[in-house]
Design a binder for this molecule. Structure first.
Ligand SMILES: CC(C)(COP(=O)(O)OP(=O)(O)OC[C@H]1O[C@@H](n2cnc3c(N)ncnc32)[C@H](O)[C@@H]1OP(=O)(O)O)[C@@H](O)C(=O)NCCC(=O)NCCS
Length: 110
């Protein structure tokens, strides 16, 4: 099982709609996500984050297929820290070390 990360693109938005509209996934992801999403909302979100300088959004892939996402929020380049938003949208991959693997990479991106 090879876990990799790449920047989120427009092509990932339909997956995000499917993942976030599953309450089992979105219940702990905050009010905005939990209240449901649509492709139109995700497109708006994507345009907005492209302009934000202190966040970075990635897709998590297992063996080249998207399984979830991770975002570094409020990146502080001076103190080298950030907040993390993480989810594994393909539930069959829960409990297999996907989220934990992020720790290896995150220092590279701040
Ligand atoms: C929570 C979530 C990101 C974990 O991802 P994962 O790839 O299944 O987790 P991992 O297999 O890498 O496990 C990492 C650690 O978290 C623990 N863990 C995994 N899922 C957990 C859960 N639901 N509750 C409590 N601990 C959990 C694991 O036991 C492991 O602990 P260990 O290091 O002591 O062994 C994933 O279940 C998910 O996306 N859930 C829905 C969205 C969500 O709740 N995101 C977090 C919002 S803050």
């Amino acid at each position: 099982m090879k876990i990799t990360y790449r920047p989120v693109t427009k092509n990932d938005l339909p997956d995000r709609v499917r993942w976030f509209n599953d309450l089992e996934i979105s219940q702990f992801l905050g009010d905005i996500v939990r209240s449901g999403t649509t492709l139109a909302k995700q497109k708006k979100w994507f345009e907005k984050i492209l302009k934000e300088k202190n966040r970075k959004d990635f897709v998590i892939e297992v063996d080249g297929k998207p399984v979830g996402g991770v975002a570094l929020l409020e990146i502080n380049k001076i103190d080298k820290n950030a907040g993390i938003f993480i989810f594994v949208g393909e539930k069959r991959f829960w409990g297999k070390g996907v989220a934990k693997s992020f720790g290896i990479y995150r220092q590279l991106w701040i």
